[in-house]
Design a protein around this ligand. Sequence first.
Ligand code: MG
Length: 344
Amino acid sequence: MPQTVLDKYLTVLGQGDASVMEVSNTTNTKKIGIGMDSAVIPLSRHNNLFLVQTVDFFYPLIDDPYLMGKIAFANVVSDIYATGVTVIDKIKMIISAPTNFTDKQRDVILPMLIKGFKDSAAQIKTTIDIDWMAVNPWCMIGGIATSVCHELEILFPTEAKVDDVLVLTKPLGTQLATNSYIWMKENSDEWKKLEMSGSVTEQNALEMYQAAVRSMAFLNKTAADLMHKYNGHAATDVTGFGLLGHAHNLAVFQKDQVSFEIHTLPVIAGVMKVAEILGRDTKLRAGKAVETSGGLLIAMPKSGVESYVEEFERLTEFKAFVVGNVIQGDKTAKMSEKVTIIEV
Ligand code: MG
């Protein structure tokens, strides 16, 4: 559902202005937006302690259940990492079996989904449990991630300053990269068009898919860890609303009169070519391509950004990218007049 529609429904909660909500306990009061990545709830009887929680689920986008489990896990915990919290105490898994599965399909596929999810949980030494499992027309997979943490562990996403820079910790283009591979396997009309162009091979489709899956399954934990070290001022994760959509959502919550300007789009190598052939490059160039389990978008002081990018790369073997600037403005996000696209 579009963010504007979601915001409209959130006002039904009685907050009046959906963009701001007060988070407080006896010792502190913070403003945080509803519609941000996680619920941040002060524990009324425990000073400085907060419950940080998120719920997310989606439908399989690839046909490898084990990897799908890993992607679903990364996607769930990403909303916690976006708040700067890096220790997750518990995850409840949400999973449903499609009604049209045979018993045999269900018995093979669901354990693989669960194993992928569980193996990623083991990476960050958190435990998962499953309370119930529903049968549903579609397979759904996701979870509820919970952390109880001290106020100092949370980076309230409201502090972006003029002259900060914007860093993105995963490349864009996951949807087209994944779809290209599926189109190839199904020999769909889209694939025929790509193949006929003579510039997209089966090997290209496989490489794009592998890059996208690797990226989607990668946890945003190190990205969050380093935000503390390099003084991150505000962050969110990039998913269904695309880079620009999430940048805008984050801009709305800033205390200062700032805007975010995106000047660079790091895109998975080959995706732009696919987009051009299929006539879908406008959305990608506009920063509006839908992402799954994308990176963190972080506003941070310019002085630390080079070290952040260098250290992130050293610790993870993935890359982080400088994608924009924080300028004086009216709490919106926009694309620069000249956008640089880098293939990664
Ligand atoms: Mg989010």
